[in-house]
Design a protein around this ligand. Structure first.
Ligand code: DP6
Length: 322
């Protein structure tokens, strides 16, 4: 009744922002991501008949804020197992939590894998993706290593699958940390506000399929320039939606903009690198392996960048070895 799993965060190159009507955390748009190896979540799940409710500890502290989402995921698994037993969930990240570094993605992917094992269910990856998605829409992508695709199916379902193995295109990512505090508005609240108030939201959804198709093709063809173009376009469109949400969602810090400008300058001078930014102020620079040293040194020198984290492409969520 106890198991531990690890998972890495992922970052989307073609972004997810917005949900469909009808609950169940169904995304309005698909997404294409890479799973990172330089940061890790470790989650232990223990089902204990003595517990009255699920208990969640995140980074050593009781976490009431996430408990409802954890319970929603565990309820799906309890239904499958035909049990009502509550669980003790202990999770820790070796990187800043809730700061635009996709800690919810790695957290809910690890939770699904660990809870499935502790209940002895042995669910398929498709079923685990459904469980992880209830926790966080980006979490199914962390079940997979390398490049992962999440897309809406014509029948209304969601499918998450590996798109290209890490070894087939071993890009590198330099994460520039510009602030480590938790974000002011969660992605979930932000998405609801964008849908309700941004005049750009409908166009974001309408034009998204073309971006996803372009991203999928660029990855399959290992076309760095094409991937750079679609990834930066998707990121900036998403932030345009955020900026035009009421009240405005401005996740950027001054250093965020400075990093973005440095990355553009590097690329103009011939360095293969592009940026993406999520619902937080950190900048992720994706580059070819030979460019890592230059990209790291450039971003580390930007005033306001407290540190840079270098990552390769990682593996999917899995049961911990010990
Ligand atoms: C900006 O998956 O955190 O990182 O489904 O409400 O939990 P919920 O949202 P979440 O949103 C991620 C949004 C993003 C873009 C992305 O990862 O695709």
């Amino acid at each position: 009744m106890r198991a531990t799993a690890t998972a890495h965060p992922n970052i989307a190159l073609v972004k997810y922002w917005g949900k469909r009507d009808g609950g169940r955390n169904l995304p309005a748009v698909g997404s294409l991501s890479i799973t990172l190896d330089g940061m890790r979540t470790r989650t232990a799940v223990e089902f204990d008949p003595a517990l009255q409710s699920d208990e969640v500890t995140l980074n050593g502290r009781s976490d009431g804020g996430t408990a409802a989402r954890v319970t929603a995921c565990l309820d799906l698994l309890r239904d499958r197992a035909g049990r009502a037993t509550r669980a003790r969930v202990t999770s820790a990240n070796d990187f800043p939590t809730g700061a635009g570094l996709a800690s919810s993605a790695s957290g809910f992917a690890a939770l699904a894998v660990a809870a499935d094992r502790s209940l002895g269910l042995g669910l398929s990856l498709a079923d685990l993706a459904e469980v992880a998605r209830i926790g966080s829409g980006s979490a199914p992508r962390s079940l997979f290593g390398g490049f992962a695709l999440l897309r809406n199916e014509p029948d209304g379902g969601v499918r998450c699958e590996p798109w290209l193995a890490a070894a087939d295109w071993p890009l590198r990512v330099v994460v520039a940390i510009t602030a480590t505090g938790p974000k002011a508005t969660s992605s979930r609240d932000g998405m609801a506000a964008s849908r309700d108030s941004s005049p750009l939201y409908r166009e974001w959804v309408r034009s998204h399929d073309a971006d996803l198709a372009a991203g999928m093709a660029a990855v399959r063809q290992r076309d760095f320039a094409a991937l750079a173009a679609v990834a930066e376009r998707s990121c900036l469109k998403m932030h345009a939606v955020m900026f035009t949400t009421e009240p405005a969602l401005i996740y950027w810090e001054p250093a965020t903009v400075d990093c973005l400008q440095e990355i553009r300058k590097l690329r103009q001078r011939g360095t293969p690198v592009f940026f993406t930014i999520d619902a937080g102020p950190q900048v992720k620079a994706i580059c070819e392996p030979a460019a890592v040293a230059t990209v790291s040194a450039t971003l580390a020198a930007v005033p306001g960048v407290s540190r840079v984290i270098e990552c390769g492409l990682g593996s999917g969520a899995r049961i911990a070895d010990d």
